[in-house]
Design a protein around this ligand. Structure first.
Ligand code: UAG
Ligand code: ATP
Ligand code: API
Ligand code: MG
Length: 488
């Protein structure tokens, strides 16, 4: 694509250069630039991409997009905001791929990954090809791609959607984080269905207040249906039991389907029963009743399933097919995942890293606990500090024994994070073991028959970030190893 075409939807600050080279790729990272590329300079949180123009040109960049003066002999186009312009350029370069996909976006504090996996299963069961983008990674059919963020930057996103179109994907399901909405990573994504799971405290380090956090998530709904290039009907699937839905409902132009545990909603669940092997409930939709059986555990998962059923219905999939898919789904990696190595107690690895999710998981565990509950939990560094004492209190209140340990301390002092978790607590059932491996081993060595150990916060993660170094760490592996060691 020619440079002028690529930049044609931007508002240039100064006259666009007269040179019009052929552009063979677009990159925001100088290290990945190849001959013929446009390099976009992003002034980031840690470094300023404008410093890397020389390296980009050495690697073959034939044009630069910048928001600050740069010295180079290749043509430079200047815009006010390169981060937001990058989404427009990416969308142009990859030919607006999402207009050729059914696109489902899921936002909310907890339950996005889980809901995306349920929707994926529903679409697959309907014999259609899926693409998934989220915390655990990106997938096209069964092919897996790694990702650093829950919602990647706009270039990665658009290139991924282009791959999905090439691979003849029918429906793409993606998690849309509040950071992504606020930073414009999803600008240019034409959603057909937007799902809201819930809003509770997280990410106040980034958004500053719950109100700003709520507003950021709301962008998914206010922007839904703004596109003129699609004739398709748009749907917002909203959790009626969450206050924030009222606001999102009034801000969207799309059709709204509400779900929850109240009979006033379009989709509602009652007669919820926790069974040994999962959960069963009665779904009410359009005056019909359906018995839903699933292997997922807990009332919070009933909400996730209701949201996914709403998305399935909006995708025109028959309720019977949707329910078959839900019954089939084995579980989501690192979410309420049982670890079995022949022991006579239960070990559950779960990704709860917010106060609300921890409370939900521990309350669910208490419903079927016959004996003591041990909770091994930590809080991430360089993240919302105010959630730490809340999570500490929830763990101590809802467990026989709480073991506070490190999550990903990142660049913070792990001891200070643990101090934050203990702040204001007078419980005498807290043990602090900074080393996560030792903390898991401690819980497993002390467990008695029928006890339950919950290892919270890192779920599917296979790494631990201490300082800036990343090393292999996997809660499931650690738990298995400790169980085998205990046996001798
Ligand atoms: C605060 C934030 O969102 N930061 C994101 C941002 O990084 P940054 O601004 O620090 O980038 P930077 O390292 O300063 O680099 C600036 C520019 O210089 C370029 N560069 C850099 C080095 C070099 O040699 N050459 C070069 O060109 C970089 O490619 C980049 O374009 O842009 C990066 C690329 O897109 C993101 O990976 C990174 O996410 C970091 C890892 C992060 O932790 N983000 C979290 C807060 C986040 O976004 N989380 C949400 C929500 C999670 C959830 O609850 O679900 C998510 O969607 O993941
Ligand atoms: N609907 C829900 N309400 C409250 N808690 C939930 C819900 N669904 C899942 N959880 C809890 O939250 C944890 C994270 O779930 P999940 O990974 O699906 O959320 P997420 O929104 O994708 O999180 P992230 O923001 O990290 O991407 C689960 O391990 C579980 O403890
Ligand atoms: N998407 C969340 C994941 C947190 C997971 C937890 N293990 C941590 O590292 O804090 C975040 O980036 O805030
Ligand atoms: Mg997620």
């Amino acid at each position: 694509m020619k440079l002028h075409t690529l930049l044609s939807r931007l508002q240039p600050l100064v006259k666009t250069p007269t040179e019009n080279p052929e552009i063979t790729g677009v990159e925001m990272d100088s290290r990945n630039v190849k001959p013929g590329y446009l390099f976009i300079c992003i002034d980031g949180y840690t470094v300023d991409g404008h410093q890397y123009v020389k390296q980009a040109v050495e690697n073959g960049a034939v044009a630069i997009l910048a928001q600050k003066p740069v010295e180079t002999n290749v043509p430079v186009a200047y815009v006010k905001d390169t981060l937001r312009s990058m989404a427009v350029v990416g969308n142009m370069f990859y030919h607006n791929p999402t207009q050729n996909l059914n696109l489902v976006g899921i936002t909310g504090t907890n339950g996005k990954t889980t809901t995306s996996y349920i929707i994926e299963e529903i679409v697959k069961h309907n014999k259609q090809k899926t693409g998934v983008i989220g915390t655990i990674g990106m997938k096209i059919g069964d092919e897996v791609f790694e990702t650093k963020n829950t919602t990647p930057d706009s270039l990665t996103l658009q290139s991924m959607f282009a791959k999905m179109v090439d691979a003849k994907v029918d429906t793409a399901v993606m998690e849309v984080s509040s950071h992504a909405l606020h930073l414009g990573r999803v600008h240019g994504c034409e959603y057909d269905i937007a799902v809201f799971t819930n809003l509770s405290q997280d990410h106040l380090d980034y958004h500053g207040s719950m109100d700003e956090y709520k507003k950021a998530k709301g962008l998914l709904f206010s922007q839904l249906g703004n596109s003129f290039s699609s004739e398709k009907r748009k749907f917002a699937i909203l959790n009626g039991d969450d206050e924030a839905s009222k606001e999102y409902m009034t801000s969207t132009q799309a059709n709204v389907l509400t779900y929850g545990l109240n009979k006033d909603y379009d989709l509602f669940a009652d007669e919820i029963e926790l069974t040994n092997s999962g959960t069963r409930f009665v779904l009410h939709f359009l005056h019909q009743q359906y018995v839903v059986e699933m292997k997922l555990i807990g009332t919070f998962n009933v909400y996730n399933v209701l949201a996914a059923i709403g998305a399935g219905i909006a995708l025109d999939i028959k309720v019977e097919t949707i329910l078959e898919a839900i019954a089939t789904l084995e579980g989501v990696p690192g979410r309420f995942q049982s670890v079995n190595a022949g022991q006579d107690f239960t070990v559950i690895v779960d990704y709860a890293h917010t106060p609300d999710s921890l409370e939900n998981v521990l309350k669910t565990v208490k419903q079927f606990a016959k004996n003591d509950v041990y909770t091994v939990v930590g809080c991430g560094g360089d993240r919302d500090r105010t959630k730490r004492p809340l999570m500490g209190k929830i763990a101590a209140d809802l467990s026989t024994q709480a073991i506070f340990t490190s999550d990903n301390p990142r660049t913070e002092d792990p001891i200070l994070i643990l101090e934050d978790m203990k702040f204001g607590l007078e419980h005498n059932n807290i043990t602090v073991i900074e080393d996560r491996k030792k903390a898991i081993t401690f819980a497993i060595e002390n467990a008695k028959k029928h006890d339950i150990i919950v290892i919270a916060g890192k779920g599917h993660e296979t790494y631990q970030i201490v300082g800036t170094s990343v090393s292999h760490f996997d809660d499931v592996e650690e738990a298995k190893e400790a169980i085998l060691q205990r046996r001798g």
